[in-house]
Ligand binder design. Structure first.
Ligand code: ATP
Ligand code: MG
Length: 139
C-alpha cells in the first residue's frame, strides 16, 4: 500500500470561478508533487459511483447533482504523509468552519460547493486514483 500519495478533485464551483490556478499554486506551495492530472466532467452515474459511500446520507442527491454539474480537475498528489497533510491544507468540509489560510476557507462557497476533495485514508486514495487513472496514465 502506497502511503505517500493522496487523490484530489478541484470541484465544479472552483473550476467555474477560475480558481484552478490559485488552488494548484497552493498545492505546489505546500510541497505536493502532481503525479497525474486530468480535466474532465463526471456523468451523474460516475459522480454517484465515486461518492457511493454517502449513498444513505440526506445530501447524496444534491452531492451527485453538484459534482456532475460542470468540469473538474482530478489529480494524484505525492508528499510524505500526503493524506493527512492534504486534509490539513484543504480545511474543514464546511468552509465557515475551515481554518484561516486553508483552500476551502479561501475558495469554497458552501458545505456542498466546497472547492476541493481530498482522500480520507491511504486505502481510499488508492481506490479514488484508480477510479480516474489507468496504469498508463500514472507512474
Ligand atoms: P470530500 O470527500 O469531498 O473531500 P469531506 O471528506 O470533507 O469532503 P465528506 O463527509 O466525505 O466530507 O462529504 C463529501 C462531500 O459531501 C463534501 O465535500 C460535501 O461536498 C458534501 N457534503 C457533506 N456534508 C454535507 C452536508 N451536510 N450538506 C451538503 N453537502 C454535504
Ligand atoms: Mg470525504
Amino acid at each position: 500500500m502506497v502511503t505517500n500519495r493522496t487523490f484530489t478533485m478541484i470541484k465544479p464551483d472552483a473550476t467555474a470561478k477560475n480558481h484552478i490556478g490559485g488552488i494548484l499554486k497552493m498545492i505546489n506551495d505546500a510541497n505536493f508533487r502532481i503525479i497525474a492530472m486530468k480535466y474532465t466532467r463526471l456523468s451523474k452515474e460516475q459522480a454517484g459511483a465515486f461518492y457511493a459511500v454517502h449513498k444513505e446520507r440526506p445530501f447524496y442527491g444534491e452531492l451527485v447533482e453538484y459534482m456532475s454539474s460542470g468540469p473538474i480537475i482530478a489529480a494524484i498528489l505525492e508528499k510524505n504523509n500526503a493524506v493527512a497533510d492534504f486534509r490539513t491544507l484543504i480545511g474543514a468540509t464546511d468552509p465557515s468552519k475551515a481554518a484561516e489560510g486553508t483552500i476551502r476557507k479561501i475558495y469554497a462557497e458552501s458545505i456542498s460547493a466546497n472547492a476541493v476533495h481530498g482522500s480520507d485514508s491511504d486505502e481510499n486514495a488508492q481506490i479514488e486514483g484508480d477510479f480516474f487513472f489507468s496504469l498508463l496514465e500514472r507512474p
